[in-house]
Design a protein around this ligand. Structure first.
Ligand SMILES: Nc1ncnc2c1ncn2[C@@H]1O[C@H](COP(=O)(O)OP(=O)(O)OP(=O)(O)O)[C@@H](O)[C@H]1O
Length: 468
């Protein structure tokens, strides 16, 4: 593969991904699903994704009707919780919920490791479990939920508050700059937060863990990874009573290097998972655009601006300074964009994500900080301005840096929520990024199609077609 006359890197002809998006079989209710961001796509509820269930109790019969439910009523939930579920507009459990909920809610409580694609209803499953396990008459912490970012913790909290709105549940955050410094005791039943703040509150005994019943790790692979938040998460777990706590690990991805540890962390867990190839959903159409160099990436992003604002879009950069730099430049050129990353202070982060969630901002330029879990239905485009990369180790040659396939799957999963359509675009600009994209393609088993960038009008037309 060499640079051509236009300065682009192209694949060898035999391996060339086709220019034209493949026609896709339209799900029957596609039009309906697209017509309103509020109408869930029943494709996901009816989908044939193979959900594999491994029961911790080998004697149990996984084909028993007890292990799969078609309605929320069958779960024997309290009527106030059922009301909350229906109030959210959920009529039936999703595929993963069908299998997960009976196991999550059965007694005695058992641990679970649940893996299914982004946007398939994992959050609702573990929130329902927390809400149905706590005793509302006891004013003590009984469920802890950890997430890797404050944005995700706040989102999970909003699901708890909506689903639990007909119950007397009390909730509290364990996120930075939220609790008054002189707080001595949290009496709320469910606490959601990030690991650093949570361990701090546990250590200072602001959170008494003696009555804990449920411990949830959302984005669990990231939370257990030693390169990530592993240490702090383990410390939180070690503060919990040794028995009685139901441990729930959920993520769209569980790479091999955390899989074994996850099984130790949540011993005897029931496991629900999908094949890796099925993890990036088919309703997200993936493209790449080849750019001549870094500067050309910026030009292409600007050329895409109109398309980015048709719905909402998220632009992912590898570094905070890139997010700041391109957003400042775009703003100076009169475009309306927002940027969000971990170096901004808590209040600003909250304001930015809230404005984006409310649709007041249409384009969000960010880093991996919101690659996971963030659920905003109107996001119909994700741009990987920089491909996600594994931690660049100081001693590794630039050429050796591997793509971070898990993060890629999570990033593109910010669109195509709950079976809706979405598109993702990767910018490649040299041999190295091209190879990294090929590795992503190989490892996810999903084709990434090329979109020409030579002629902006043609590019725009192709994108518009793909977005329909
Ligand atoms: N049974 C249901 N019926 C209708 N909508 C649902 C149902 N379950 C979940 N949803 C909606 O689908 C969207 C995605 O769900 P959720 O955020 O739970 O996905 P997730 O699997 O946790 O995603 P991620 O892996 O990205 O964290 C949410 O907006 C949620 O409200």
């Amino acid at each position: 593969m060499e640079k051509d006359a236009d300065g682009f890197y192209h694949p060898a002809p035999a391996a060339a991904p086709t220019d034209e998006p493949k026609p896709e079989a339209k799900p029957e209710d596609e039009e309906k699903a697209d017509s309103s961001a509020k109408t869930p796509n029943t494709e996901l509820i009816n989908s044939n994704f193979e959900v594999s269930v491994t029961l911790a109790d080998q004697q149990a019969d996984s084909s028993s009707p007890l292990y799969s439910v078609k309605t929320f009523e069958e779960l024997g939930l309290h009527k106030d919780l059922l009301k909350g579920i229906y109030d959210m507009g959920f009529s039936k459990p999703s595929k993963i919920q069908e299998r997960a909920l009976p196991l999550l809610l059965s007694n005695p409580p058992s641990n679970m490791i649940g893996q299914s694609q982004s946007g398939t209803g994992k959050t609702a499953a573990f929130v329902l479990t927390m809400l149905s396990r706590v005793d509302f008459n006891l004013n003590k912490p009984q469920a802890l939920c950890l997430a890797p970012s404050r944005e995700l913790a706040r989102q999970i909290m909003s699901v708890i508050n909506v689903m639990g709105k007909f119950t007397p549940v009390q909730t509290e955050y364990a996120i930075k700059d939220n609790l008054p410094r002189n707080t001595t005791k949290i009496t709320a039943q469910i606490i959601v937060g990030t690991p650093g703040t949570m361990i701090d509150l546990v250590r200072r005994r602001v959170i008494d863990t003696s009555d804990m019943r449920v411990f949830v790790l959302d984005e669990a692979d990231n939370m257990l990874d030693q390169d990530g938040l592993g240490d702090q998460t383990i410390r939180v777990k070690n503060s919990l009573p040794k028995s009685q706590v139901q441990i729930l690990l959920f993520s769209a991805t569980f790479p091999d290097h955390v899989r074994a540890f996850a099984s130790k962390f949540a011993p005897n867990a029931n496991k629900i998972e999908l094949q890796r190839e099925e993890l990036s959903v088919d309703n997200i159409r993936q493209f790449y655009m080849d750019c001549r160099d870094e500067e050309h990436k910026y030009d292409i992003l600007v050329a895409l601006y109109t398309l980015l604002t048709i719905g909402q879009s998220i632009i992912f950069c590898q570094h905070r300074h890139t997010a700041d730099r391109i957003s400042a430049r775009m703003k100076a050129e009169g475009h309306h964009v927002a940027s969000l990353h971990g170096a901004k202070d808590a209040t600003e982060r909250d304001q930015i994500i809230d404005r984006f969630r409310e649709g007041k901002e249409k384009v969000l330029i960010t880093t991996n900080v919101i690659a996971r879990g963030i659920d905003i239905m109107q996001v119909n485009m994700v741009v990987n301005y920089d491909l996600p990369l594994m931690n660049e180790r100081s001693n590794s040659r630039a050429d050796d840096v591997q793509p971070d396939v898990e993060t890629y799957i999570h990033r593109i999963g910010r669109t195509g929520r709950f079976g809706r359509k979405g598109i993702s675009v990767n910018f490649v600009h040299d041999r190295k990024t091209w190879q990294q994209m090929q590795q992503i393609e190989e490892q996810t088993g999903k084709k990434i199609m090329r979109i020409e960038t030579n002629d902006i009008d043609v590019m725009e037309e192709k994108m518009r077609k793909a977005m329909k």
